[in-house]
Write a new protein. Structure first.
Length: 200
């Protein structure tokens, strides 16, 4: 707040989208809404998901349109979109709806790291999630929920702040993640060695 006073900046304290409280990020560069289910955060999260999985047809503008028209509100809702609702949106139409559905269907297999990183929890990226998976030998999403300790992800390259953020975020998104799992397949990132001729 010192800089703001110095320059007479008028920093907003509530989210313009949902009216929840805003918090300043650790590096004081970003204002973040504290409501995990705010439309702008939901849009950002869904956008991160479609980016992580390289799903085309879902730019931020489109995602916001879909949210405003009550077609989607979470990552799992992407997979049960009402195509008629999309077709009825001004400027969308039936072809857009079908293209979106096709794109989603084409990207239904992912690694565990992509799945968790796609939720963009505390900005924790794929590399960090991969570290955790390797270090703790996680195989499934439920391994991420195997303990309630906020420090359960601390390992090489993952400090207690990140671990806590991830633990808190996982709690918030657990049910959405479980819903999403009904539509997508998590593939094993480390394929078992196939030994030729049956010798080890």
């Amino acid at each position: 707040g010192r800089l703001a006073k110095l320059h007479n900046w008028n920093i907003p304290t509530v989210c313009p989208i949902c009216g929840s409280e805003l918090e300043l990020s650790e590096n004081h560069c970003q204002l973040r809404c504290t409501n995990d289910f705010c439309q702008s955060k939901a849009a950002g999260r869904i956008n991160k998901w479609t980016d992580t999985l390289d799903i085309k047809e879902f730019g931020l503008r489109t995602i916001n349109l879909l949210i405003e028209n009550k077609v989607i509100d979470s990552i799992s809702s992407l997979y049960s979109m009402d195509l008629n609702k999309i077709a009825a949106i001004e400027g969308m139409g039936k072809r857009s709806a079908e293209k979106m559905k096709k794109e989603l269907d084409a990207h239904k297999t992912m690694t565990l790291a992509q799945f968790v990183a796609g939720y963009n929890i505390g900005g924790v990226g794929e590399k960090v999630i991969e570290n955790i998976i390797k270090f703790y030998n996680f195989k499934t999403l439920s391994d991420f929920f195997g303990s309630t300790s906020s420090q359960r992800f601390v390992c090489d390259g993952v400090g207690s702040v990140i671990s806590k953020k991830l633990a808190e975020g996982l709690k918030v998104f657990k049910s959405d993640m479980e819903n999403t799992l009904q539509f997508v397949t998590i593939k094993n990132a480390t394929p078992k060695k196939v030994v030729a001729g049956g010798y080890d």
